[in-house]
Design a protein around this ligand. Structure first.
Ligand code: CO
Length: 463
């Protein structure tokens, strides 16, 4: 069966290689060609793209989405959604999740890919329910990682659970690019056998093994693959879209992409890429394979973060020690996948353990909150001694963290009634707070004052 292809250059591609700095104008210049290419979907929106619009580009991310939609009438648009974190970094109330899903679909998104850093499916539930409620396609992504907990059985069991939750498709999200060809073959084969869900593979070229991994996944019957147009492919990004069209052409898996349209898009995207290479945003190092990530099992981004943390503390001599400490900390924490924000948290703890010379003498606030259950359930068993040392007699919650968060939307509406002009503005503020407020101040500075409407508000009540 023809393999379906999701084009990622307008989200993960420039997030991985260009610090998410492509402007709406640059993106819109490529979209009409991509829309003619025959993709299953274009991934165009997510946490970092939204954040970078407000923080660095002085652009409205909602406006970007609406404009992309206008120029892509033939292709579904996809976004990446961090479960109860939505596009931000903390857990939000269910009413914010619901409203964000509703407005994303209204403004042009068709497929919402939802994941949770810990694969705690309780943290996916409200996003999944909202996507179904407002008629979107809900894809649940499971973060891929390796550990004694993360066996093929573990992923198959989770897949069965997300199928019951009402997911329309399943994604294996290998954010670190550590899925090897044989492991992919085994995993996809089992998933195809034991669920009815279409399976999507998302990985990164970081380790230099990705093309082989994708081909084995295709051999095992994967339905959808994520690739990036060649100028923004390779290295820490996805493998090249055009390469897969050439590799699979005239086979039973032929994705039947329109090479002419891809070439047109690639020519334009090469000019854009060259600009970022010249101004230093694209670091050529990000384009080189780094098979060491397979040895350490940590994402490439985490390795470079570690190096800069150690350089700052003048402790580069401890680099090897920290690399050995990471798996120990990860085991103590119950083997969380090393994805944002857990990768930064585990990395920082490992650095502190090594530099202070005494494990868990210094502990970041986030690690403490994680151990108290505020991020959700750890995948495996947390080390009891470490737990006792860090949180003492403080309470550990076993329920879903968002159960403790009261509805937020109506309060925001009241608080910003003279300022925000739409629910979309309010959602930007809900997620990015002062960054969004500063952006909106600039956007509206010369515009006439908004019309003020009275709302009947019950503080803390359901909306
Ligand atoms: Co990715």
């Amino acid at each position: 069966m023809a393999v379906k292809v999701v084009e990622t250059s307008m989200r993960d591609g420039h997030q991985s290689l260009l610090a998410t700095r492509m402007t709406t104008e640059e993106i819109l210049s490529i979209i009409p060609d991509l829309d003619q290419a025959g993709f299953y979907a274009l991934e165009v929106w997510g946490g970092a793209t939204f954040d970078a619009c407000l923080r660095f580009l002085n652009e409205d991310p909602w406006e970007r989405l609406r404009q992309i939609k206008k120029l892509a009438p033939n292709t579904k648009l996809q976004m990446l959604f961090r479960g109860q974190n939505i596009l931000g970094y903390r857990h939000y109330a269910d009413d914010i999740v619901d409203k964000f899903v509703q407005k994303s679909l209204e403004n042009g998104i068709d497929i919402i890919r939802v994941f949770d850093a810990l694969n705690d499916i309780r943290n996916l539930k409200s996003a999944v329910d909202a996507t179904k409620k407002y008629g979107g396609h809900c894809q649940i992504a499971l973060c891929y990682t390796t550990s004694p907990i993360h066996t093929v059985d573990y992923f198959v069991n989770l897949a069965k659970e997300v199928e019951l939750m009402g997911a329309d498709s399943l994604c294996i999200k290998d954010m670190a690019g550590i899925l090897l060809p044989e492991a992919a073959y085994e995993l996809i084969t089992r998933l195809k056998k034991q669920t009815k869900l279409p399976i999507n593979l998302h990985s990164h070229a970081t380790a230099g093994v990705i093309d082989a991994t994708y081909l084995k996944a295709i051999e095992a019957g994967v339905d959808i693959i994520d690739t990036a147009l060649s100028p923004l492919s390779g290295g820490t990004s996805q493998p090249a879209t055009e390469a897969f069209q050439y590799m699979l052409e005239n086979s039973k898996d032929d994705p039947k992409l329109n090479i002419k349209a891809l070439d047109q898009a690639a020519i334009k995207l090469t000019f854009i890429k060259d600009k970022y290479l010249a101004n230093g945003i694209l670091n050529p190092k990000a384009l080189t394979s780094n098979p060491n990530i397979l040895k350490y099992q940590v994402p490439g981004g985490m390795l470079s973060n570690l190096m800069s943390q150690l350089k700052e503390q003048d402790a580069m001599k401890d680099y090897e020690k920290v690399l050995h400490e990471i798996p120990i900390v990860r085991k103590d924490m119950g083997y969380p996948p090393l994805v944002t924000p857990l990768s930064q948290m585990v990395g920082t703890q490992a650095v502190m353990n090594v530099i202070s010379g005494s494990p868990y003498k210094i502990v970041p606030k986030e690690i403490k909150e994680y151990l108290k259950g505020l991020y959700g359930k750890a995948p495996g068993k947390v080390n009891d001694l470490v737990l006792a040392k860090i949180i003492g007699h403080e309470q550990v919650i076993t329920h879903r963290p968002a159960d403790d968060i009261k509805p937020e939307f109506e309060n925001l509406k009241k608080k910003y009634k003279d300022f925000a002009r739409s629910d979309e503005d309010l959602l930007s503020i809900a997620l990015f707070d002062t960054v969004a407020i500063d952006f909106l101040k600039l956007k509206y500075q010369d515009a006439p004052a908004p019309e003020v409407i009275e709302f009947n508000i019950k503080i803390g009540g359901n909306s």
